[in-house]
Design a protein around this ligand. Structure first.
Ligand code: NAD
Ligand code: WQD
Length: 428
């Protein structure tokens, strides 16, 4: 438990010590939100918490403003202990007659924190109801497993954490009246539809109940379609979005935003936060970093025969700090009533594509190191093109990515160089 100026409301960030979560927690603190982080450290380290704290404290000191609270519970978000955590962030008042949805009649299953710190069941008083008010005003849900390859080998592991975990968690949130939810989705929900070769509009992913304005100007309900999703990981995100859309459709008091990240890259400019997974990396830039550090001899380029300017695949690489700020924009838009539907999906990308070769060249020139490559065949399940249409996020969230591929490379090199051999130890 870090931070002294605990004030009433908190944003709960689940999976908040991971790659995207850690950058988002920092941006939340910079924007004066108090933050409660839940993370089981299955793919992150507790040291990240202290790095976030250091950077946030520096920022607040520079602006001469108080540091918001940063609290942490090391917990699997599927654990029964989550109920007590939520109970400890709730206040209770006795009402003589039933009121709102967040009211639970006695006997009452949730635990109540007493002055002695021991969780107690409130007394049974049949004529009265206990109204609870959560100090958690929004949830950002990052906790998930994310390896496409592992999800193919171990689908149950992925469905249990990413889908079943989220469903149980939503039930708990509903019980506590917490209905402001930001979900980490992915461009993977466009599946093979991404190969259309044009920037992807949100309504192209048609599983849920959004309406959209068709080219003839009429409002239409999106029709379900086959997305060609290529992995259980991708399907888990698609399923989560569908479930969230159903929940919002059934109860318009939810405000749910699904943020579809394109290819998050880069790290905080200080070099203190970055992508530091326990799992072996498989994404392009983390793999390039392992070649730079010498842990891997060569970068395999998967496919040089795509229909793209240089034959390698095109992706929309978005700097993780821009991405983190997209979450703050989503919370602000939801609070200001600018998110028009109780469920709304937004692409978070730059709208610009770069090829794999361009990324390789960018890191090579930024680092001044040779990064050997080997051209190999396409990786199973890959698409040749995946770039965001960004208009919806710009208009409704008032958010736009600012940083370039060059900024990403500079920050990745800053984060990586301390672990790289000095140049004369390297073959160039
Ligand atoms: P990450 O693995 O770095 O972070 C996830 C965090 O959640 C980790 O700290 C992990 O320890 C924690 N976690 C996982 N399961 C948990 C559980 N059951 N209980 C508590 N904590 C748990 O991943 P990331 O790259 O930061 O991704 C965050 C989210 O964004 C994920 O949902 C991921 O699917 C999604 N996403 C990531 C990318 C990407 O390329 N990184 C792209 C699109 C979407
Ligand atoms: C980018 C390009 C590879 C590694 C994945 C998930 C997606 C999302 C982001 C979570 C591709 C090529 C890569 C390498 C290479 N994650 N590449 N050599 O596949 O676009 O998206 O991460 O939601 O769901 O699918 O990202 O970084 O793995 O690959 O040539 O060693 O780089 O073939 O064309 P991808 P990536």
């Amino acid at each position: 438990d870090i931070g002294e100026n605990a004030s009433p409301s908190f944003i709960m960030v689940v999976g908040g010590l991971g790659y995207i979560g850690s950058h988002t927690v920092l941006e939340l603190l910079k924007a004066d939100y108090n933050v409660l982080v839940i993370d089981d450290l299955s793919n992150s380290y507790e040291s990240v918490l202290h790095r976030i704290q250091t950077l946030a404290a520096e920022h607040c000191a520079m602006l001469n403003k108080p540091m918001p609270a940063l609290q942490f519970q090391q917990l699997d978000y599927r654990s029964p202990m989550m109920r007590s955590v939520l109970a400890s962030y709730s206040s209770y008042s006795i009402c003589s007659k039933p009121v709102a949805v967040s009211t639970m009649p006695f006997p009452y299953s949730a635990l109540q924190r007493t002055d002695s710190g021991i969780d107690m069941e409130p007394e049974d008083t049949p004529e009265q109801t206990l109204q609870r008010q959560s100090r958690i005003t929004g949830v950002i849900h990052f906790a998930a497993y994310k390896s496409v390859e592992e999800s193919i080998r171990m689908p149950l592991k992925y469905y249990m954490n990413n889908v079943c975990g989220m469903v149980e968690f939503l039930g708990l949130l509903e019980e506590f009246g917490i209905k402001n939810f930001v979900f980490s989705s992915s461009a993977t929900v466009y599946g093979e539809g991404a190969n259309c070769g044009a920037p992807l509009r949100e309504e192209l992913c048609v599983h849920h109940h959004e309406t959209f304005i068709d080219s003839d100007g009429f409002e239409r309900q999106a029709t379900p379609g086959v997305m060609g999703l290529t992995s259980p990981y991708g399907r888990s995100k698609f399923m989560c979005e569908s479930i969230l859309a159903d929940i919002a459709r059934s109860d318009a008091s939810w405000s749910i935003t699904a943020l579809r990240y394109f290819n998050p890259v880069g790290c905080h400019e200080s070099g203190l936060l970055g992508e530091d997974p326990r799992q072996k990396p498989s994404n392009l830039i983390p793999v390039i970093a392992t070649v730079l550090t010498g842990a891997k001899p060569v970068l395999d380029i998967f496919g040089t025969d795509w229909n793209t300017p240089d034959g390698t695949a095109v992706r929309d690489f978005i700097h993780v700090v821009d991405l983190a700020q997209g979450h703050i924009a989503a919370l602000a838009a939801s609070a200001a009533g600018r998110v028009k539907a109780p469920f709304r999906a937004y692409n978070l990308g730059t709208g610009r594509g770069h090829t794999v070769r361009e990324v390789h060249e960018s890191l090579q020139s930024t680092s001044g190191r040779a990064i050997p490559v080997r051209e190999v065949g396409r990786r199973a399940g890959d698409v040749g093109f995946c770039v965001a249409e960004v208009q919806r996020a710009e208009t409704e969230l008032a958010w736009k990515a600012q940083k370039t591929l060059r900024d990403c490379s500079v920050d990745v090199w800053n984060f990586t160089k301390g672990r790289c051999p000095v140049p004369d130890e390297m073959e160039t």
